[in-house]
Design a protein around this ligand. Sequence first.
Ligand code: CU
Length: 333
Amino acid sequence: MTNCSKRKISGHLPIAVSLVLAGCTGSQSTLDPAGQEAAEVHHLFVVMVIGGGFIWLAVIGLLLHSCRGQRQTWSEEGAGRLIAWGGVAFPGVVLFALLVYAVWLMPSVRPWLARTVPEPTQIEVTGEQFWWRIRYPAEDGVAGFETSNELRLPVGERVAFSLRAADVIHSFWIPSLGGKMDMIPGRTNVLSLLPTRTGVFKAPCAEFCGTSHTYMAFSVVVMEREAYDDWRRKQASGHQPEGSEGERLFIHHGCAACHSVRGTTPVAALGPDLTHFAERETVGAGTLANTRENVGRFIRDPSAIKPGAQMPAFDMVPQGEIAAISEFLAGLR
Ligand SMILES: [Cu+2]
């Protein structure tokens, strides 16, 4: 074992590191925190990597040392000492310290459960195959309302989520803010988060829930309190019936049996609420960009885009009528 020559790893290292780090930023990353819980988890990650790094360095150091073509052999006593200190004491102390740190951090990752903060506003989120139902409570004079596939939160304020599932197990996870928590049929789980900066973040369903599990995501818009209150007021008030062709066709073709457009149609709860559908970035719970063309495609054949989607195909409806309905939906701001 004399040939442990250093290859030219060093030349490729910066490229490799930057490629890895490029995956660490963005709207769906635990390593680019935008919330207090995510920041704690990020901190824990860094400490763990450093702690593990020390152990790794020690092991690699010993490996290189043993490769150096050493002449004299170790005495039995020396080898025993090396194993006791290097193999038991050192990793034992480092891992124990990391464990203590992780346990100590727990209350601040779940502060609401630890009762260290006052009870925050509860937003109900229900996982459905394959979309998200979201209910906001009434708050200072503004009535409660239902929306879907997009969550809006005020920055710098703690919120609690009551998490449920309508059919199978789903999992609620906003990587940039913290989490995650399973949504289990017949149970209500609570998760509390504190967003610390404004922005738009992505949240995937984090538990396999059926054929279109991959196409089940929502966006999270963290906004200033004032903008958030304006948004809530607008959500709660809904629309006036506009009497357009698209609106008429929406009711005529039975869309309103599953979808609510507050102020226009009676309450229906089988499918996502569409009251302010045009404000959403996506159609089909994070599946396609919310353009008129994509909305038309989705209405014609939802299962072609999302296998197993719980909405029937409307491919028998003439193209012109689908366009009129898409036009109506695009006006729902
Ligand atoms: Cu799911």
